[in-house]
Design a protein around this ligand. Structure first.
Ligand SMILES: [Zn+2]
Length: 243
């Protein structure tokens, strides 16, 4: 069986001297592994299209254990990420998070759009890396069904005007009267998290935070993402050493 799908290469592993296995985030198939025969050969028609961050139209057919890539027409390769080691690491972390959160076989067009938009903003410098990190983490988590409930204090149901305690494990927040020492966030950060969770993808990048709030937003979203994916990401650790 063969299929044609728009997909982004999340990860590449070399197999032997000339082959590659790539992890794809496909709009129609979710996260899938696909084999690229002889893709490492410089004159291979698959060489350019089977590198990390390549987004394109993939022709796949079903092999015994995985998909096999028959052809790929690249549409965007996010070449600018390679000029900046922090951006490269952050982009790899976004891919790693997507690979962790998105199941195989379920269409994931929205998650794909989030990653593509975030990579594009990252290359263009139109939003700061910390801002993009928080937005991407929070939206991917929400799309995967892990959105925190940020409507009101989880205890009294009030909406306090000041800082609140974000309960990372419980996915709620509490006013300072009822908080039990969760991750303290400012009203601006609470609004930002709500904005990203509630809005369609074309609007999730359209808000501003102070640099101080951006850092807290990024840290809150990261703690939440790591808690709910239950693992660390090498690219994130590396990003923190070079940002
Ligand atoms: Zn309360």
């Amino acid at each position: 069986m063969s299929t044609v799908t728009d997909a982004l290469v999340l990860k590449v592993s070399d197999v032997g001297e000339s082959d590659r296995i790539v992890t794809l985030l496909s709009a129609d198939l979710g996260v899938v592994r696909a084999f690229a025969n002889r893709a490492k050969k410089i004159n291979s028609k698959l060489n350019a299209g089977t590198q990390t961050f390549c987004y394109g139209e993939f022709s796949l057919y079903t092999g015994k254990d995985s998909y096999i890539i028959d052809g790929v027409t690249p549409k965007e390769v996010f070449f600018g990420l390679r000029d900046d080691i922090a951006k490269l690491a952050l982009g790899q972390y976004f891919c790693s998070l997507a690979a962790e959160l998105i199941p195989e076989g379920e269409p994931a067009p929205d998650s794909l759009r989030v990653i593509l938009n975030s990579l594009s903003f990252l290359v263009s410098d139109r939003r700061s890396p910390e801002f993009l990190k928080g937005v991407t983490e929070m939206k991917l988590l929400a799309l995967a069904g892990f959105a925190p409930d940020l409507a009101a204090c989880g205890s009294c149901g009030e909406n306090p005007a000041g800082d609140v305690d974000f309960d990372i494990a419980g996915g709620k927040f509490y006013c300072k009267k009822h908080g039990k020492g969760g991750f303290s966030v400012t009203p601006g950060v609470l609004t930002a998290m709500r904005h990203v969770i509630a809005n369609p993808i074309e609007r999730i990048y359209s808000f501003k935070l102070s640099p101080a709030d951006e850092a807290v937003f990024s840290e809150a979203a990261e703690n939440y993402a790591l808690r709910h994916t239950g693992r660390n990401h090498k690219a994130l650790e590396f990003y923190k050493t070079v940002k």
